[in-house]
Design a protein around this ligand. Structure first.
Ligand SMILES: [Zn+2]
Ligand SMILES: [Zn+2]
Length: 142
């Protein structure tokens, strides 16, 4: 079943084809600042993401390997996207909060868990990875 969503002001609207069943949380310092809290991202392959009016977005290259997009009018964060060449290039991580119907999507994993502010924690079982574990996973192999 497809999922729709958009920003506060409605200038950005998107539709994701294919099933959306799970989300992940990122506690890294960039996601923390960008989202103003904790970023809940849904991984979406490039061919399943349709954005109605891309010109409504401002796209910011937040690192050498990814960009982040937000509505140029209202500032709502829309997605994180991998730009680095490789298997993940073009993959979107669309914010759960921007979905029209965010129910029924399960929090499966938390990354950069060692960077999480100590004043809160998610309830329930999740897979957890530290910054060092993430870096080991994505570091170039030789
Ligand atoms: Zn907007
Ligand atoms: Zn992050």
């Amino acid at each position: 079943m497809s999922k729709t969503g958009g920003c506060i002001c409605g200038a950005v609207r998107f539709e994701i084809s294919g099933d959306v069943t799970e989300t992940g949380a990122c506690h890294c310092s960039m996601c923390r600042r960008w989202s103003g809290g904790v970023y809940l991202g849904i991984q979406v392959p490039p061919d399943q993401m349709k954005i109605e009016d891309e010109s409504a977005l401002t796209i910011y290259a937040s690192s050498p390997w990814a960009e982040r997009a937000f509505c140029a009018t209202c500032g709502s964060n829309m997605y994180y996207r991998v730009t680095a060449p490789g298997a993940h290039q073009g993959t979107y991580h669309v914010g759960l909060g921007s979905f029209d119907e965010p129910d029924g999507i399960v929090l499966k994993e938390e990354i950069f868990i060692d960077k999480k502010p100590d004043g809160y924690a998610f309830a329930g079982e999740t897979g957890k990875m530290t910054e060092a574990e993430m870096m080991a996973l994505f570091a170039p192999q030789d």
